[in-house]
Design a binder for this molecule. Structure first.
Ligand code: PAF
Length: 282
């Protein structure tokens, strides 16, 4: 496994694969890898000849009061994990390598999707993701790119921009990886205290309970309220609990497949999760 820190170096490392028309798979990450990321690499390994993983904590997707400075940077540990799951090339550029010294004048906005859900609380976040992911796609030029469904809205943004900008690759969404107690894996789980970590699985539990209530015919609005009450009682500060169609359209009844979304804070740590629920005609 090679580690490249420059765009030129990566291009040189990928040249033989491009010449031989090998299938290139790409997993963009911000590092501090967990099993969720490694599952993306495993999926990439199944479909692709060469697997590239980027590790880049992207400053432009963090708000001024967010955790950019404190975001865990664990390249040595990540490299070991990636070697074990068969990554071929790590691309770990500096901020200057990615953004250069001149100001960036180009923005990418997928506003119809990003004004909703997490976008309301994190203005500019998805624009920053859209820019860095587009840059990375242009740098790596993969055939396939792999993203986790935990960031369901992010995945929707990326699918949309790939379609709108005719970026020649296929986006693959990979199911959420969870701890044994149901907590969705996230690098930010590392910020939780021991007590908070015990409370955090109540998010997934409340989503599963909501699924059962919906299948029994409870009204969607009541189900969403029940999730809010459960989480607030458990000690979380709810940011939102919402239902959308899988295409992220508003919905007020459970009469088709839906996705339930939760964002909530435990102390200063913001956690998100979602659950896709199938509607089966009675
Ligand atoms: O999901 C993430 O880790 C980041 O948002 C991504 C896609 C690597 C872009 O910085």
């Amino acid at each position: 496994m090679k580690t490249e820190t420059t765009i030129q170096g990566l291009a040189a490392s990928l040249q033989p694969a491009r010449t031989a028309r090998k299938i290139i798979g790409f997993v963009p990450t911000m590092g501090n890898l967990h099993q969720g990321h490694l599952n993306l690499v495993r999926e990439a390994r199944k479909l692709c000849d060469v697997v590239v993983v980027s590790i880049f904590v992207n400053p432009i997707q963090f708000g001024p009061n967010e955790d950019f400075d404190n975001y865990p940077r664990t390249l040595d540990q990540d490299s070991q994990l990636l070697a074990d799951v068969g990554c071929d090339i790590i691309f770990a550029p500096s901020v200057e390598q990615m953004y250069g010294k001149q100001p960036r004048l180009t923005n990418i906005s997928v506003s119809e999707i990003t004004n909703d859900l997490c976008g309301k609380q994190r203005p500019g976040h998805f624009d920053g993701v859209a820019v860095v992911v587009t840059k990375l796609f242009n740098i790596v030029q993969p055939n396939y790119a792999f993203f986790g469904q935990k960031d369901f809205q992010q995945l929707a943004v990326i699918r949309q921009l790939v379609r709108d900008l005719n970026i020649p690759l296929e986006v693959i969404g990979v199911p959420i990886a969870r701890a044994e107690d149901g907590l969705a894996l996230s690098s930010r789980n590392g910020y939780l205290s021991e007590d908070q970590r015990k409370v955090a699985p109540s998010i997934f539990k409340s989503l599963k309970h909501a699924e059962a209530e919906l299948q029994q015919g409870t009204d969607l609005k009541e189900v969403l309220e029940n999730i809010k009450t459960t989480l607030t009682t458990a000690g979380l500060v709810v940011d939102y609990v919402e239902a959308r169609t899988p295409q992220l359209h508003m919905i007020d009844q459970f009469n088709q497949d839906i996705v339930l979304f939760v964002a909530a804070k435990l102390g200063t740590t913001r956690l998100i999760d979602n659950l896709q629920i199938k509607h089966t005609a009675a």
